[in-house]
Design a protein around this ligand. Structure first.
Ligand code: SF4
Ligand code: SF4
Length: 432
């Protein structure tokens, strides 16, 4: 029987009700010198030097962009150690000992409305670039590159769909900081010249719609609307969201700007607000810890915080005698990690801790559930078979590169085959 599905349990209800603990007290903050998009990097501070919040402490270097690193507490630079970053890689980190004084660097001061009204497109791009902003929904794509597009833009979309189960960071931002999201959206509209703004949320988020619509009354001179889209998965994938929010079908691989659209995650728009209004880089993130192997908790903590500090505050692991599976991010698209000395980065959202269950992969029964569920209409089984025999031509012919790694094929497979992992491996092999 075909188990085609788009509806998956989202596990968010209990997490949304958790109190958010604001954790500022980390003794040491760890700043990865590299990231998934920036394989190289260098620091510009030395051991014993005192730094302040917002001060540039180094630069991550990618093939097409550079991202400044900023201190998120004040304190003393004390050295380097290796830690696990959001991509699951072990990377070098610069360590700052928190002096708990929270002194801001002299560059951090609010801009007045008059100053903001004078900003040109180039100014917005420079502000966002200097703040090191990247897509906080997980893409880590440099935000300034989207803003500097020369294409005429008709609409900027704030993506608040967050369809991945167990993630509530965007929900929390929209619920607690609606004005910052709206003002960030207005700045993105000004920078791109877009006359319209859309905030896309799930249909079932009636409380968020009410909160945003109430807040929008203060911005009636701007054409911004809240649009409700489907509750299914992967509705948050930008091409699916854009199709349903504004009715524009954009082929995979094409630039959104060519179709007059820019899309930012709502947390990214909040970071644009902070960069423009307060001259701040990203200092904090909401981070949840969940799963049957740990006490569920929700934190707002500084970038650079060690996740073991948060695990301890949450009450530690449950049933310590049972081995654990650790997933960074959500259960569908997240990354499995084998150690928990993880540090919080710009794209950190969640750690899921599950008591290990042994799933034995059964042979494929050719039910076609994976094929019917795939949102990009590729054939996971055939791709898996092509990868197993290392047939690069077949992988390309089967368009493995169209896979968005949404995890649905693994989710629906009655034989418990880790198809998504084969898709990742196949993509990597085909591009060698
Ligand atoms: S992980 Fe890739 S192949 Fe599997 S359903 Fe999602 S897009 Fe399709
Ligand atoms: S891989 Fe799994 S979901 Fe796909 S056809 Fe085989 S048994 Fe069905």
């Amino acid at each position: 029987m075909i188990a085609k599905t788009k509806y998956i349990p989202d596990g968010k209800k209990e997490l949304k009700e958790l109190p958010i603990l604001h954790y500022l007290d980390a003794n040491f903050l760890y700043y990865p010198v590299t990231s998934a998009r920036c394989p190289e990097g260098e620091t510009c501070v030395r051991g014993g030097q005192f730094v302040k919040i917002g001060e540039v402490i180094g630069t991550r270097k990618g093939t097409f962009f550079e991202q400044p690193m900023h201190a998120t507490v004040s304190g003393e630079v004390v050295g380097y150690e290796k830690r696990v970053d959001q991509s699951g890689k072990v990377v070098d980190c610069l360590i700052v000992k928190n002096d708990k004084k929270y002194n801001f660097h002299s560059s951090i001061k609010d801009r007045s409305e008059a100053e903001i009204n004078q900003l040109t497109k180039e100014d917005f791009v420079t502000i966002v670039k200097d703040a090191g902003l990247v897509g906080l929904g997980g893409s880590a794509f440099p935000t300034y590159i989207k803003l500097e597009s020369k294409d005429p833009i008709n609409v900027v979309i704030a993506n608040g769909v967050e369809c991945e189960p167990y993630l509530i960071a965007d929900y929390s931002v929209m619920m607690n900081y609606p004005h910052e999201v709206i003002e960030g959206l207005i700045y993105a509209m000004k920078a791109s010249g877009a006359p319209k703004g859309i905030i896309a949320i799930k249909k079932k988020y009636t409380e968020i719609a009410e909160r945003l619509n109430f807040s929008l009354k203060q911005y009636s001179n701007h054409d911004i609307k809240v649009v409700k889209v489907g509750n299914y998965y992967p509705q948050g994938w930008e091409l699916e969201m854009i199709k349903n929010a504004v009715g524009i079908k954009i082929p995979q691989g094409e630039l959104l700007s060519k179709y007059g659209v820019l899309n930012f995650n709502v947390s990214t728009l909040q970071s644009i607000f902070n960069a423009v209004k307060k001259r701040l880089p990203v200092l904090e993130r909401l981070f949840t810890i969940s799963g049957n192997g740990i006490h569920n908790s929700s934190f707002r903590a500084r970038i650079g915080t060690q996740i073991p500090d948060l695990i301890e505050l949450a009450g530690g692991y449950k049933n310590v005698e049972i081995p654990k599976v650790l997933i960074l991010g959500g259960p569908m698209m997240g990354v499995n990690v084998t150690r928990d000395d993880i540090v919080m980065t710009h794209t950190s959202t969640s750690l899921i801790v599950l008591n290990e269950e042994i799933f034995v992969e059964e042979p494929c029964i050719h039910c076609a559930s994976c094929v019917y569920s795939c949102p990009v209409s590729i054939q996971p089984t055939q791709i898996m078979n092509a990868y197993k025999v290392k047939d690069k031509d077949a992988l390309k012919m089967l368009q493995v590169n169209k896979c968005i790694e949404c995890g649905l094929c693994s989710f629906v497979c009655p034989s418990k085959i880790h198809l998504t992992e084969y898709m990742r491996l196949g993509k990597r092999y085909a591009s060698k």
